[in-house]
Write a protein that binds this ligand. Structure first.
Ligand SMILES: Cc1cc2nc3c(=O)[nH]c(=O)nc-3n(C[C@H](O)[C@H](O)[C@H](O)COP(=O)(O)OP(=O)(O)OC[C@H]3O[C@@H](n4cnc5c(N)ncnc54)[C@H](O)[C@@H]3O)c2cc1C
Length: 391
């Protein structure tokens, strides 16, 4: 695959290893898991053995401590082979990062080695039926009762909730109404909840995005969670979660860059082979230019992604801005790439015998989640252009 980005030696090693793995765990394997509704268990076990699930985990806790640029390369390369996995966002990013930064030694010792080895999978749950973009309005409550919290509420669109061993759950220990006038993001508390606990009920959601982990609604009915499963401070949970949002945006950009590259390659391969008049359809500028334009956009986004990952790793002041710009650029580019590739494949774009149909909603979805691109533009407007807050 022709790309513009020069990877570090460490990133090249990861990209090569993933490319080798995708000889066995390829797009067809991914499709089969999605269709049959089961997780990529064999692949996950192998990734754990190779140390790839602990890329963001400190060596002290069994990880590789390679950082976000390496994690981004892992995720991007799988997606570039048609293997996009949301479990990378939950188990290898959103779950470990707040534990590493704010968790007690007890939590670190209990959970980080299992995440790194692949023995423990985590879901991350913040979205509720009435609270998506505006996370401050969540209603799931955690009420202290001695050494436990009692959790009640409902989360929705939770990836991997049925297969995960634990849910990293964003709750409220102080209701929104009590803090709205001062700081709406005060009063959140982040808990690690065992998915086998009494009072948890999980129901699958019928979404159009094929994904081996699946998405679920999760009900919590008087679920008892030990206080020592709390990550960081009571009432400060939102700020603990927000610390992981920039890396999450970087790895989402990686997912989008990978998918963009995959679908452009499929579009170009098809347009090179397909002759309906006397030449390949790829020789027509009406087919070639949209693919080439999308290639430019995806490679630009890939460069922005590397900048953002490096800025995060170096703790630069512009790291948040770079993560937002990368997420926006990559998700818009991937969707543009999908549109060009769909046009190149014509009717076959909609056949499940070809790889685009399964991924069409994926690239659209990445413009909406985990943060929608309007919120990214709000960030850019306020922080890079000094414009007033618009909402
Ligand atoms: C496949 C899938 C997997 C998911 N996995 C998880 C998961 O594991 N854990 C989890 O907690 N959640 C998960 N989600 C939920 C996802 O994070 C939310 O869908 C996303 O945050 C958007 O929230 P919403 O759908 O409630 O949209 P809403 O908040 O209702 O917003 C709808 C639209 O309004 C616009 N909008 C909203 N606010 C503004 C504003 N201030 N300015 C301008 N425009 C605005 C945006 O265009 C947005 O797309 C998943 C969703 C999907 C589809």
């Amino acid at each position: 695959m022709n790309t513009l980005v020069t990877l570090t030696d460490e990133q090249s090693m990861i990209a090569d290893a993933v490319a080798d793995l995708t000889a066995e765990y390829d797009h067809d394997y991914w499709q089969t898991c999605c269709r049959e509704g089961h997780f990529v268990d064999e692949l996950w076990a192998e990734l754990g053995e190779l140390g790839f699930l602990g890329i963001a985990v400190p060596e002290k806790y069994g990880g590789e401590e390679m950082g976000i640029p390496a994690l981004a390369t892992l995720i991007e390369t799988f997606a570039a082979h048609g293997v996009p996995l949301l479990a990378f966002l939950s188990t290898t990013t959103m779950a470990p990062l707040p534990i590493i930064e704010y968790g007690s030694d007890n939590l670190k010792n209990r959970f980080l080695p299992g995440i790194a080895s692949g023995d423990l999978r985590f879901a991350f749950a913040i979205t509720e039926p009435h609270s998506g973009t505006n996370a401050s309005r969540i209603r799931t409550s955690a009420t202290r009762d001695g050494d436990e919290y009692v959790v009640n509420g409902e989360k929705t669109y939770i990836t991997d909730a049925a297969g995960a061993d634990y849910i990293q759950l964003v709750t409220r220990t102080t209701p929104y109404e009590d803090v709205a006038n001062e700081n709406p993001y005060h009063g959140g508390t982040l808990l690690v909840v065992d998915t086998d606990a009494d009072g948890i009920e999980t129901s699958p959601l019928d979404v159009s995005i094929p994904e081996p982990s699946g998405q679920y609604t999760v009900h919590f009915d008087d679920v008892r969670v030990p206080v020592n499963n709390r990550i960081g401070r009571e009432d400060a949970g939102f700020s603990h979660v927000f610390s992981a949002l920039n890396p999450e945006r970087v790895v989402t950009a990686a997912l989008a860059v990978g998918l963009g590259r995959f679908v452009i390659e499929k579009g170009a391969d098809y347009a090179n082979d397909r002759e309906i008049f006397d030449a390949p359809t790829g020789s027509y500028q009406g087919v070639q230019h949209p693919l080439a334009g999308a290639k430019v956009a995806v490679e630009q986004a890939a460069l922005t992604l590397q900048t953002a990952a490096a800025a995060h790793e170096a703790g630069q002041r512009n790291a948040a801005a770079a993560a937002n710009v990368a997420k926006y650029a990559a998700s818009e580019a991937a969707d543009k790439a999908m549109d060009a590739a769909v046009q190149a494949l014509g009717g076959n774009a909609f056949s499940h015998d070809y790889p685009l149909a399964a991924l069409r909603d994926w690239t659209r979805f990445l413009r909406i989640a985990p943060v929608n691109n309007e919120m990214v533009l709000n960030y850019v407007g306020e922080n890079l252009l000094d414009l007033p807050r618009s909402y």
